[in-house]
Write a protein that binds this ligand. Structure first.
Ligand code: TPP
Ligand code: MG
Length: 740
């Protein structure tokens, strides 16, 4: 696609008559404002460095050298209209979009009133909902996929404007707590450093943007270094522009990022291309890094003086000042006055920020989860619809499997809520729609067929295949949900969730907390999990739920039967928090736990266990595919020895139902925790520890665990049987504990 290189010398040349001259379309006022923000940005950095040395703030990250590209992007785009996923060097961009210097100092001191995070994040981690600057984190590049999802959401709303509507109050629904706005020609701006372009997520995002022809501007601010690693060691051939040049549908720009006029021209062209719907744009801006990477770095250790001096010749602040003088935009007096005004503003801002109150320690758990909608509340407790009457011949309709009821729930919810989109690997019926239209194929609908028929029914805007890229699935979903959509995405096998771990651990689960409730992203991730497959082997049989229950901010549920799967999935979809919905593959089509269709309003609150089998002699706490195995063992023990086991199916793992566990163990005085995952550090370890801690006085026996061996799940069924907990292992453990 088109590549435009702007010659910096030419860009600074004036056009138009002397009086009303514009420079690439920028008038005198805009140029003065641009310089003002550039100068202010640099001086905020200097101030912060001083404050850090005086130990009045706790961290500093400078935007020095990146000012020109930032103000230019702010001039070409519109705050509160377009969307912004910047990174820590984008101080000048943020000033240009409307962030105040005082607000930046509030970040530094970690004030309660810091609008970006209320003292939860380091400075230069921007988050300003009103300006559409979306909360950013520290992992380099993890904002990029979210920016792509944000652009997809904008386009989705443009095509489905009715999806913006929210139900009336009184309905239990996440949509009531989100203001949704979109513009037909909005652009999403994503910036990153040159080093960050080595991250896989960057390439996944470029691919997704090109595939979708999305209105996204990727801006690489290339200062030639990633901390101490120079660009030629980072990027093959030393030029990111060259590496990305093969991506289709893109408009490319390579520009001197220290020249605000050239940058503005590049962004103006890029923005036009995106607004007109041609596809994404890539702006490669060559900038400098006059200060070390951060205050913790000393660049003299790896950059000789000569190189640093060469950079200093291109300092964007001095360059722009010289330009304004040379072109007669401002004279010496004008420059002096502007700088004096900025200094006065910053002095007042610092004085005020140093007086600001810190956040209250009691606030630390605020916004880990939605403050508006509690998925454990009785509002989510509804009864299943009455079973259909038997047919004339007296036959009842066949009970539905877990797979059937998950599909039915997805279908019902998609009908009810146009904000739901489903995507993942192979989830569509058929990406080549004409095959479906011409009835040449039936369609796939997921490797386990749980999304079968949904694309045909709801269209490929709402149900579509993603590239094979798990980080992209979760990252894009996170960006969409930030804009108010409800992505219900699928990770094909739990064993392959790990590329998405950064997005889940550092983004999805923490966005609400780190932005102090400024942003939220209640995505549902459905994941096929578990073993007992005879032949699943290591990479199709893993559990590992405790890795996710260990993450604050993420709800984790794990149903064991069809009815619970339907009720919990509906709660997951309507709730206002991100949910990991674990579906045991072995249970998808089991005869155990089938059920009649419970209707389109059936919900089960999170954190409510179910007593599968009441008893008085021993409490067994479990979930997932161990439930039917434990039930078998309990029934055998009761038959043989009259031992009455109370079997608890937790159903949701975070939150979990401590009340039911405590009441049961207080009655039976014995507890066994059983789970399919490896024994050590597993989910049951936390439950066992809590019982030992809080119910010690009630116990007549040690708290025991039955779980998988601390190894991997093997292919050969004899080995798999030996590794995973079997009914006989459960039986023996129950017997021993009951007799203790
Ligand atoms: C995923 C991840 N790995 C490592 C780091 C530590 N780190 C912070 S900034 C940085 C270098 C980034 O370089 P670049 O993308 O070129 O941006 P620049 O700071 O030069 O603007 C590194 C390695 C991090 N924050 N995140
Ligand atoms: Mg860099």
């Amino acid at each position: 696609m088109a590549t435009t290189k702007t010659d910096p010398k030419l860009a600074l040349a004036a056009n138009g008559g002397k009086k009303n001259r514009t420079f690439e379309g920028l008038n005198r006022e805009q140029l003065i404002q641009a310089y003002r923000f550039m100068y202010m940005s640099r001086r905020i950095d200097d101030r912060e460095i001083l404050l850090k040395r005086q130990q009045k703030i706790f961290f500093q990250m400078s935007g020095a050298g990146h000012e020109a590209v930032g103000v230019a992007a702010a001039l070409a785009l519109k705050a509160g209209y377009d969307w912004f996923y910047p990174y820590y060097r984008d101080r000048a961009l943020c000033l240009g979009l409307g962030v105040k210097s005082y607000q930046m100092f509030l970040q530094g001191v970690g004030a309660a009133d810091d609008p970006s995070s209320g003292g939860r994040q380091m400075p230069s981690h921007w988050s300003y909902p009103g300006l559409h600057i979306v909360t950013q984190s520290s992992p380099t590049g993890s904002q990029i996929l979210q920016g792509v999802g944000c652009a997809e959401a904008g386009r989705y709303y443009a095509r489905h404007p009715k999806a913006v509507e929210a139900p009336q109050s009184g309905f239990v629904d996440y949509r009531r707590f989100k203001d949704v706005a979109f513009q037909g020609d909005e652009v999403t701006y994503i910036s990153l450093g040159d080093g960050t372009s080595s991250e896989g997520e960057f390439w996944e995002a470029m691919n997704a943007a090109a595939l979708g022809k999305l209105p996204v501007i990727f801006c690489v601010e290339d200062n030639g270094y990633a901390i101490s690693v120079p660009v030629e060691v980072q990027t093959a051939g030393g030029s990111i522009s060259r590496l990305v040049s093969g991506f289709p549908n893109f408009h490319f720009e390579e520009v001197d990022g220290t020249d605000p006029v050239a940058c503005y021209a590049a962004f103006a062209r890029a923005t036009r291309y995106c607004r007109e719907g041609h596809g994404p744009a890539f702006v490669h801006a060559h900038v400098i890094r006059p200060y070390s990477h951060s205050l913790s770095d000393d660049e003299r250790l790896y950059r000789p003086d000569a190189e640093r001096e060469r950079d200093a010749q291109r300092d964007p602040v001095t360059r722009t000042q010289m330009f304004l003088l040379r072109e007669g935009v401002l004279d010496d007096k004008g420059i002096n006055q502007l700088e004096k005004d900025v200094e006065a503003e910053l002095q007042a801002a610092v004085d005020q920020a140093l007086e600001a109150l810190p956040p209250a320690p009691e606030s630390i758990t605020n916004f880990v989860y939605s403050p508006d909608l509690d998925p454990t509340s009785p509002a989510f407790d509804t009864q299943p619809a009455a079973e259909p009457a038997p047919a004339a011949d007296g036959k009842k309709p066949a009970a539905k499997t877990m797979a059937d009821l998950i599909t039915a729930t997805l279908r019902d919810e998609m009908k009810r809520d146009e904000r739901i989109v489903i995507f993942g690997e192979d989830v569509a019926d058929c990406s080549r729609e004409e095959y479906l239209k011409r009835k040449l194929v039936k369609g796939k609908g997921g490797v386990f067929k749980l999304t079968f028929g949904l694309q045909c029914e709801f269209g490929n805007d709402r149900v579509f295949n993603s590239p094979l890229a798990e980080a992209a699935i979760v990252g894009r979903a996170t960006g969409m949900a930030t804009r108010g959509l409800k992505p219900v995405v699928e990770i094909q096998f739990f064993d392959y969730i790990w590329p998405a771990m950064m997005q889940i651990r550092d983004e999805l689960s923490v966005i609400r907390w780190r932005s102090n409730n400024g942003f939220s992203c209640p995505v549902v991730i459905r994941v096929a999990i578990g073993g007992y497959l005879t032949g699943g082997a290591i990479y199709h049989s893993q559990c590992g739920e405790s890795t996710f229950t260990h993450i604050p901010g993420l709800r984790v549920v794990f149903p064991s039967n069809a009815l619970d799967a339907a009720g919990l999935l509906r709660t997951a979809i309507r709730c206002d928090d991100p949910v990991l919905f674990l579906e045991h593959k072995r249970l998808y089509r089991e005869s155990f736990g089938r059920s009649a269709y419970p209707g389109p309003e059936y919900m089960i609150p999170f954190g409510k266990a179910k007593i599968v089998h009441p008893g008085t002699d021993l409490t067994v706490i479990t979930y997932g595919a161990v439930v039917p195995r434990a039930l078998q063992a309990a029934q055998k023990l009761e038959r043989e020895q009259g031992v009455k086991i109370e079997l608890i199916d937790l159903r949701s793992l975070n939150p979990f139902d401590w009340e039911t566990i405590a009441a049961s163990v207080s009655k039976t005085n014995r507890a066994l925790v059983a789970y399919e995952d490896t024994l050590s550090w597993g989910y049951g370890a936390e439950i066992a520890a809590r019982i030992a801690d809080q119910l010690f006085d009630q116990l007549d026996a040690p708290v025991r665990r039955v779980a998988a061996k601390d190894t991997f799940v093997a292919y050969q069924p004899i080995l798999e049987d030996a590794i995973l907990p079997q009914p006989n292992d459960l039986y023996l453990a129950m017997k021993e504990l009951a007799e203790y």
